[in-house]
Ligand binder design. Sequence first.
Ligand code: BES
Ligand code: MN
Ligand code: ZN
Length: 495
Amino acid sequence: MQFSVTTDSPASRATGCVILPLFENGPLAPATQAVDEACGGALGRLVDIGDASAKPGRTRLLPGLEGIVAERVLLTGCGKEDAFDAKALNGAVAAAAQVLGETGVTDVTSYLSQGGAAGVDAYYAARITVAAASGATYRFDELKSEAPENGKLSRFAIAAGTSGDASEAERGAAHGQSIAAGVSLARDLGNRPPNVCTPSHLADVARALAERFERLETEVLDEDDMQRLGMGALLSVTHGAEEPARLIVMQYTGADDKSAPVAICGKGITFDTGGISIKPSAKMDEMKFDMCGAASVLGAMAALGDLQPPINVVGVVPACENMPGGRATRPGDIVTSMSGKTVEVLNTDAEGRLILCDAMTYASRYEPRCLLDVATLTGACVVAVGHLYTGLFANDEDLAAELLEAGKRSLDPAWRLPADDEYGEGLRSNFADFANIGGRYGGASVAAQFLSRFVDGTPWAHLDIAGAAWHPSGKRKGATGRPVPLLVDFLLNLK
Ligand code: BES
Ligand code: MN
Ligand code: ZN
């Protein structure tokens, strides 16, 4: 979808549809009022007779009105005006785009944010609008033999109130578009089936991104390289698989070499059967989403390639399958990680931490200013925060605060969970430095504690996206592209 900004008035705007806000129990919003006056009061009458609801998410599509240039008008419920904040704007745009995405309209103009929204400046209003419209019209149909009939909505204009707002809105729309492209990429990768989205596929996509963006470089390590580096933890996870493992290293260079990069590791298990500690078969298909951390790193790197901010970022993606088999790692096997620490693998289904610990040790070679990791790491995190929040764990207060803020601003929220040393007590092993599992309770914090043992001194944050990365069932089943918006917002606002 192509996004733009306009200062045209709603009644004279030449467009397939003007999207107008309706607020509960108040006068008509200025844009809605302007259209109402131009068409002789038709909108006001519709509201008066109770045919157009202002409840959030409700919409009413009207065909061409006398006195209005646009071919259609969409009245969009925005709830109470004083509660119209970033989240409400996001919901209203998504509802409008969803409805219009199912009509024949090709280009539309939204006046939903023209009157502003509480706590949202023109930049963020435009960015949120783009993200919401792009997210609501996303489809994954590359593997349907007959493409389902989709809408043709391809151009989306955002109305700004003043020319000063318009330039800020243009910047917001441009950022929104780059972020939305990163989100769509992450969603595509997550949604692709595990026989297509293999470790090699992730590597191919990462290479293609480096071809496309000047400041992006990709290097792909194979199993021999990993062997030479001593990545015994990562390699132990891929032992049962026929599909070869890959370690994907992407570098975005927007600042000079001396500027320390942000390092981001993303869990890339392209299918998690659990290995010898095999998972129950119900819903096992969802374990194709176990590479959504990796997908979010690729998505964020793509957005950076497009936005070109003056920073350095290195993305490290360990990618492999977790399969049972004659050569698979057994419960009780002891492996030596790249850091030299030995790990007793008591449960082969706790594999994410094993691939991440070696990726994090590898990332530390870049002497990063901070280290992030993103992973669909634990079912326990879903129990703790459900699907609404990413679980955030950090050894640094400032870093945690910045990530929480980035999540709030980009409507991709995280919730901080504890990572005290005490959570690591259960990892004690009689036979190795420690085990890969601890007690049952606080499992997300135990996993975080395991990872923290591979960080020395660097400010570090771990994002457990086990709940946030995909919608598990129903019509919306599929990858969300989270936490690409959080990551990119954080990177754009680095101090
Ligand atoms: N990929 C899973 C975590 C997961 C499970 C995410 C369900 C989303 C939904 C991870 O590799 C895993 O299996 N974790 C185990 C850890 C346990 C063995 C300590 C879990 O959460 O059960
Ligand atoms: Mn697992
Ligand atoms: Zn997993």
